[in-house]
Design a binder for this molecule. Structure first.
Ligand code: HEC
Length: 390
C-alpha cells in the first residue's frame, strides 16, 4: 500500500512476467518434464523472477521491460527472416535489438523459489477456513508469533532469529505458495541452521493453507495505523436472504458493494442503503428477531462469521456489535466503520498510493459515506501476485 507510485506500465509488466512464468510451468507440466507437489504442478527451477523486487526497483523493472521488448523484436525478426528474402537485414536488426537491450542483472532479477511458489491457495478466504486457521494458529504458532501476530510470543526472545511481524507488508509481498512452503518445510538461516520450525509432520495441506488465510485476517486486525498491510477480500460465507436457501456471498462480486454489520440483538439495526447490499452478522448465525421488511434482509448463515469479522476488524468479541465492514464492487474490503461514529473517508483501511502519514485530500462530497464511496470507486485495488499494489 505504501510504496511506489501506481504506474500502469509496471502493473502490466508484473502481470506479463507472472503470466510468462505460469505459461512456462503449464508447458513443462504438459510435456511431463515436471510432476506435482502438494496437488499442483511443481515449479521445477530453483529460481523465479522477483516480482516483489520489480515492484520497488523501478530501474530494474524498466530494464526488464525494455529487454522483453528487444526479445520480442528479435523473435519477430527471426520469424520474418524465415519467410522473406532479405534475411541479412532482418537478422541484423534482431541481433542489434538484443545487443542494445539493457539486460538486467540476473542476481537482482531472480530469487530462490520453492516447488510450490506458483501454487494458488485452494482455501477461498472463507469464514470456515479462517476459523480453522485461527485454531491452528493458537495451537502451533502463537507461542512465537504472538496472539496478535506481532512476533512477540513467549518463546520469541529465546530464538536465534526474532519472528517477523505479520502486521507489516510481509504477507502481501510473499506469494501464497511460498508462505505455504515456509510453513510446511520451515526456514533456515544462511549457515543452514533452522530458524522457523517445519510443520509438515504436524499440519496437513488444508490446515497450512487455512492458517495463511487466518494470518492475513490477523494482519488487518492488528493494524493500528488505519491502513491494512494486506488487501483482503470479502470473506466467503453462506448468506440467507429473506428466508430463501443460503447462497454464497461471492455471487455479488463484480456487481454490488457489500456491507457487513455485526449485530447482537441489543444494538440497533442499521438502516438499509441502496448503494450497497447489507448483510447482518450475528453471534449464532441466525437472523435477529423481528427484522422489519424495509431493513437489511440478508444474514450470514455461518456461526463462524462473527469470530472472523472480529479478527479482521481487530475488535474483542464482546465489543464487536455495531462494527461494519464495507467491500467495493470487486469484492475487496475497503473500509471499517466504528460503532456509534458516522462514516467518513478516514475509515478507508485499504487505499492506493503512499497515504500512511500523509494528509488525505479533502473530499468535495457533502456527507462522509458519499465521500467514502466515491473514493472507493475512484481508487480501485490493483493486485498483482508476487508483488502487490494496493
Ligand atoms: C519456534 C518459534 C516459531 C513457531 C512455533 C512458528 N514460527 Fe513462524 N517463524 C519463526 C521465525 C524465527 C521466523 C523467521 C525465520 C527467518 O526469517 O529465517 C518465522 C517466520 C514465519 C513466516 C514468514 C515466512 C517468510 O516467508 O518470510 C511465516 C509466514 C510464519 N513464520 C508462519 C508460521 C506459522 C503459520 C506457524 C504455526 C503453524 C509458525 N510460523 C510457527 C518462528 C516460529
Amino acid at each position: 500500500m505504501s510504496g511506489p507510485p501506481p504506474q500502469a506500465w509496471l502493473n502490466a509488466l508484473l502481470v506479463l512476467v507472472e503470466a510468462l512464468q505460469r505459461g512456462l510451468l503449464s508447458l513443462w507440466h504438459a510435456l511431463g518434464l515436471t510432476g506435482d507437489s502438494h496437488g499442483q504442478p511443481a515449479w521445477p527451477w530453483a529460481r523465479r523472477v522477483a516480482g516483489e523486487t520489480l515492484l520497488i526497483d523501478l530501474g530494474l523493472a524498466r530494464q526488464l521491460g525494455l529487454t522483453l521488448c528487444a526479445l520480442a523484436v528479435a523473435v519477430l525478426a527471426v520469424a520474418l527472416a524465415l519467410a522473406w528474402r532479405r534475411r541479412g537485414v532482418l537478422l541484423a536488426a534482431g541481433a542489434l535489438a538484443l545487443v542494445a537491450a539493457p539486460w538486467p542483472s540476473t542476481s537482482l532479477l531472480f530469487v530462490p523459489a520453492a516447488p510450490t511458489s506458483f501454487h494458488a491457495s485452494p482455501a477461498r478466504f472463507s469464514v470456515d477456513t479462517i476459523a480453522l486457521g485461527a485454531r491452528v494458529y493458537a495451537q502451533h504458532c502463537a507461542s512465537c508469533h504472538g496472539t496478535d501476530g506481532r512476533g512477540e510470543g513467549p518463546l520469541a526472545a529465546g530464538l536465534a532469529v526474532w519472528p517477523p511481524t505479520l502486521a507489516g507488508p510481509l504477507l502481501a509481498r510473499r506469494a501464497d505458495g511460498e508462505l505455504f512452503w515456509h510453513v510446511l518445510a520451515g526456514m533456515r538461516d544462511r549457515r543452514g541452521r533452522p530458524t522457523m520450525p517445519a510443520f509438515r509432520d504436524r499440519l496437513g495441506d488444508h490446515e497450512a493453507w487455512a492458517v495463511i488465510d487466518y494470518m492475513k485476517a490477523l494482519s488487518a486486525g492488528s493494524d493500528s495505523a488505519g491502513n491494512w498491510p494486506v488487501p483482503l477480500q470479502l470473506p466467503e460465507m453462506a448468506v440467507r436472504c429473506a428466508g430463501a436457501a443460503p447462497i454464497a456471498l461471492s455471487v455479488w462480486r463484480g456487481g454490488q458493494r457489500v456491507r457487513l454489520v455485526a449485530v447482537d440483538g441489543a444494538t440497533a439495526l442499521p438502516y438499509d442503503d441502496p448503494r450497497f447490499l447489507t448483510v447482518l452478522v450475528t453471534p449464532d448465525g441466525r437472523p435477529p428477531a423481528q427484522v422489519p421488511a424495509f431493513r437489511a434482509g440478508c444474514t450470514a448463515a455461518s456461526a463462524q462469521a462473527w469470530q472472523v469479522i472480529a479478527a479482521i476488524s481487530g475488535q474483542p468479541l464482546a465489543q464487536l456489535a455495531g462494527t461494519q465492514l464495507l467491500a467495493d464492487r470487486a469484492g475487496w474490503l475497503r473500509a471499517r466503520g466504528t460503532p456509534g461514529r458516522p462514516w467518513s473517508d478516514a475509515d478507508l483501511v485499504c487505499v492506493s498510493g503512499p497515504t500512511t502519514g500523509m494528509p488525505r485530500s479533502p473530499s468535495p462530497a457533502a456527507d462522509g459515506l458519499t465521500a467514502l464511496l466515491l473514493r472507493m470507486d475512484a481508487e480501485p485495488v490493483r493486485f498483482v501476485k508476487g508483488g502487490f499494489i494496493h
